[in-house]
Ligand binder design. Structure first.
Ligand SMILES: [Zn+2]
Length: 276
């Protein structure tokens, strides 16, 4: 089993270690890589759109909602998808990464292919959920379910807790998104005599969210720019020794990543010695 994962990981790593919609391009072919990632991202979004459109009619969903959020650094939260059902308000963050995803429920950062750090998507989505809670009556606050969706170009090596349907933090592959929504709704139906939201309340919450959605292109652009800068900064902070966390130069980082014996990890000069 482990071998199977390893093989798969290798294959994917060779193809493209990290295809990420917001990643800055570095090579001369960077642009087309970035465009490719964008296209892949669009296909991924399309897969999700189809599933959301097929949900029961009494469910409401919203794509790409942007709301003011005083707790967010940019002052806003941008939410990929929201599904409002009588038995749960699903807040969905989609990720267009490729590779093996290593992550723990409470870890601040997660890893792709053991190399590339990214923020725990549930921490990110927690901010989104909190932002949305500010907008609606507290009686609905227990209805929220945080979901993070990855494409099938990923392999999960994450806390199994995040795959269990009783959890209110769920990680899914894009193709199983609606399946997980159905399952979660079924579980909540079994466990609660009354729905969290009446049909009217579903519509009210939907209208409220739509009403506060920020459509101003300028604000949206500024928000995206701020996010981009933040992720660039995070990318720079990647070059750290995995043992002592000491920052290493670009040269040391590239040396480690190109050498098989370091297994895709970066070590400072001192800790390289322990590996040999
Ligand atoms: Zn070190």
């Amino acid at each position: 089993m482990l071998n199977f994962f390893k093989k798969k990981e290798k294959k994917q790593a060779k193809k493209n270690p990290v295809a990420k919609e917001k990643a800055p391009s570095k090579s001369s072919t960077g642009r087309s890589q970035e465009e490719l990632a964008t296209v892949k991202g669009q296909i991924g979004e399309h897969k999700i759109d189809i599933q959301l459109a097929q949900l029961p009619k009494e469910y409401k969903y919203i794509n790409d909602l942007m709301v003011k959020n005083s707790k967010s650094k940019t002052g806003y939260s941008q939410i990929d998808h929201i599904v409002i059902s009588p038995y749960g308000i699903f807040v969905i963050e989609t990720k267009n990464y490729q590779g093996t995803i290593y992550g723990g429920k409470d870890r601040k950062t997660w890893l792709i292919n053991g190399k590339f750090k990214f923020m725990n998507p549930f921490h990110q989505n927690y901010g989104h959920v909190e932002g949305l809670k500010q907008l609606i009556d507290s009686k609905h606050h227990d209805a929220f379910i945080s979901m993070v969706s990855f494409t099938k170009r990923c392999t999960f090596k994450i806390d199994l807790e995040l795959r269990k349907i009783h959890s209110n933090d769920l990680i899914v592959y894009d193709i199983e998104l609606s399946e997980f929504i159905h399952r979660k709704v079924s579980v909540n139906k079994l466990q609660n005599q009354e729905p969290f939201l009446s049909e009217d309340e579903v519509n009210e919450v939907y209208s409220l969210f739509i009403g506060v959605n920020i459509t101003d292109e300028k604000i949206r652009e500024q928000h995206n720019q701020a996010i981009k800068e933040k992720s660039n900064k995070a990318e720079k902070a990647l070059s750290k020794c995995v043992v002592c966390d000491k920052p290493v130069s670009e040269k040391v980082k590239n040396y480690c990543l190109s050498s098989k014996k370091f297994g895709g990890k970066v070590y400072c000069f001192e800790h390289q010695k322990n590996i040999c």
